[in-house]
Design a protein around this ligand. Structure first.
Ligand SMILES: C[S@@+](CC[C@H](N)C(=O)[O-])C[C@H]1O[C@@H](n2cnc3c(N)ncnc32)[C@H](O)[C@@H]1O
Length: 304
């Protein structure tokens, strides 16, 4: 049996164990919480009801399992910014385990994920399963597909009634360090560095440049960072402009940067990363930034 109370009780247990740190000073940016927080969450006096939706259950981007191939049988410090309901993170932890990668997993988000009850399905799998549910709300059906949300409590009820596994059980915490607060707060990670940083519509998708600069400052010199940017905001425009010019001044000249101008996503590979080594082998005269009309095809070419 799972319900909101049990889910939140586990979060309190994880906080007592030191797996979750909650900032006492944060204020989510206006408009970010609705559709982002998968569990009922209170910040100050505001209470945000927890929903699962197309915006907080995206699957893990396929570049990450590909990049993990470079780290087989080694240790990796992985940071996901804005994990939403955490399904992509669980997918990552499972793939890492299968490939013998010992991953220390860190997150920063406005809402915590229960590290003992992972969401096992992505929104693409959840929606067909729940589309007839009376609690399902279709926000819009259009060119982007179906935009939907459903209260997480209704999903817990559905799981219990049908005897399905939507939220599973993880005897060991699958996330080791969660910071709940604003990613731009000072000193969240001090001088810690990460090998892979991943952000799918999280803080790096916002209008400020600081979160991208801050994430980059925590990328080790053999690290790789993937993020989706918002083309309407200044950082997104900077990424698109950099893709045209062959360089993005925010990153070092020795980095290898790939921007997919259509899908609005970017990969930044630091000089000593295995990905940058592939660049050197395949593309010795490359500029710092290359535009790839299809990120995954580009990565396949790089590996070939
Ligand atoms: C739209 S959801 C995306 C969730 C998930 N990555 C996905 O694509 O399904 C945005 C996520 O980023 C987090 N977030 C956005 N801005 C943030 C900030 N400035 N600091 C910390 N977390 C932030 C939210 O709490 C949430 O987890």
């Amino acid at each position: 049996m799972i319900n909101t109370e049990i889910y939140l009780a586990d979060i309190r247990k994880a906080s007592r164990k030191g797996l979750i740190r909650i900032s006492d000073t944060y204020e989510p940016e206006p408009g970010v919480m609705p559709f982002s927080n998968h569990i009922d969450w209170k910040v100050g006096t505001a209470v945000y009801p927890g929903v699962l939706s197309f915006t907080n259950t995206r699957p893990l981007y396929a570049a990450i399992p590909r990049i993990l191939n470079y780290y087989r049988n080694s240790d990796v410090r992985y940071l996901e910014l804005g994990p939403g309901a955490g399904n992509a993170l669980f997918e990552f932890s499972e793939i890492a385990r299968q490939r013998g990668v010992a991953a220390q997993i860190f997150t920063v988000s406005y809402t915590p994920v229960n590290p003992f009850a992972p969401l096992l399905l992505s929104g693409d799998e959840l929606f067909p399963m729940l589309s007839d549910n009376p609690d399902m709300v279709i926000v819009e059906t259009g060119a982007q597909g179906c935009l939907w949300r459903i209260q997480t409590e209704a999903v817990f009820r559905f799981q219990n009634e049908k005897g399905l596994l939507i939220f599973g059980e993880s005897p060991e915490a699958f996330i080791h360090h969660q910071y709940i607060g604003d990613f731009c707060e000072e000193g969240i990670f001090n001088s810690q560095q990460f090998d892979i940083i991943y952000d799918m519509h999280g803080p790096l998708h916002r209008r400020q440049i600081e979160p991208i600069a801050s994430a980059y400052a925590h990328l080790s010199d053999s690290g790789v960072m993937f993020f989706v940017f918002n083309a309407k905001y200044p950082p997104g425009r900077m990424m698109l402009e950099g893709a045209r010019r062959g360089a993005i001044p925010l990153f070092r000249a020795s980095d290898a940067v790939v921007v997919d101008p259509g899908a609005h996503c970017a990969l930044v590979a630091r000089e000593h990363s295995p990905l940058a080594a592939r660049f050197e082998a395949k593309y010795p005269q490359r500029p710092q930034t290359v535009a790839a009309s299809h990120m995954m095809e580009f990565l396949r070419w790089l590996d070939g």
